[in-house]
Ligand binder design. Structure first.
Ligand code: PGA
Length: 237
């Protein structure tokens, strides 16, 4: 599984160019394209017109709650527009929008109710890493999943210090965290064949293949490098 997280980048023209450039890949069916919400409809039209076997995902969603919410976008709206996936818990949203575990739970719960698959991001900060608290921090972030049905849940392990920095953990560290998360997810009630653990944070054409070879990692969440169609194509193979 390859998630292209465009963050706050792109335009409708770029969506069109990007989709046409990657359309010949044999692995298109393993890709989830997450442009800004504003371009999802345009992307859906192009995907439909050209019969492309790629999934669409949103970078954010609001929970279905009984209040009026100016600017809100609900899971059913995303579903209607053709999304099957949503990214929840990205560190940029936790940090800049102060998204709390309670809010993340409500978002995830609302998505699962509408059959939207959740890509749930977790990761330790540089400070957590320096004080050997990585696993403790990850377990804490996973805790809110204990009351959710995890059938349609993937986890993206994204060390906060690795995002956009050009730095990644050692491969052994990623492998170790992958196995650790696998055990944690089993203890939270997810079945082994439902578990998908992705790695994200400075994935590029030079490190992607090695990360993908790790047994505990089944995909990549790609930010910066997904914007360049040549790099993205090389990563997905
Ligand atoms: P990056 O971003 O690949 O640019 O580091 C990853 C992400 O946060 O989605």
């Amino acid at each position: 599984m390859f998630v292209a997280n465009w963050k706050m980048n792109g335009s409708s023209q770029k969506v069109e160019n990007w989709l046409s450039s990657i359309s010949s890949s044999q692995n298109l069916n393993k890709c989830i394209f997450c442009p800004p919400n504003l371009f999802l409809e345009e992307a859906k039209k192009i995907i439909k017109k050209n019969n492309l076997d790629i999934s669409l995902g949103a970078q954010n969603v609001d929970p279905d709650i009984e209040i009026s919410l100016t600017g809100g976008i609900s899971p059913s709206m995303l579903k209607e527009i053709g999304c099957n996936y949503v990214i929840i818990g990205h560190s940029e949203r936790r940090e800049f929008y102060k998204e709390s575990p309670e809010l993340l739970f409500d978002k995830a719960f609302s998505c699962l109710e509408k059959n939207l698959k959740v890509i749930f991001c977790i990761g330790e900060s540089q400070e957590d890493r320096d004080s050997s608290k990585t696993k403790e921090k990850l377990s804490e972030q996973l805790r809110l999943l204990s009351d959710l049905n995890l059938e349609d849940f993937s986890i993206a392990y994204e060390p906060v210090w690795a995002i956009g920095s050009g730095k990644i953990p050692l491969l052994e560290e990623i492998a170790d965290i992958g196995s650790f998360l696998n055990k944690e997810l089993i203890s939270l009630g997810q079945k082994q064949d439902e578990i998908t653990i992705l790695y994200g944070g400075s994935v590029n054409t030079s490190n992607a293949k090695q990360i993908l070879q790790l047994e505990s990692i089944s995909g990549l969440l790609i930010g910066g490098a997904s914007l360049d169609e040549k790099q993205f194509l090389e990563i997905i193979g």
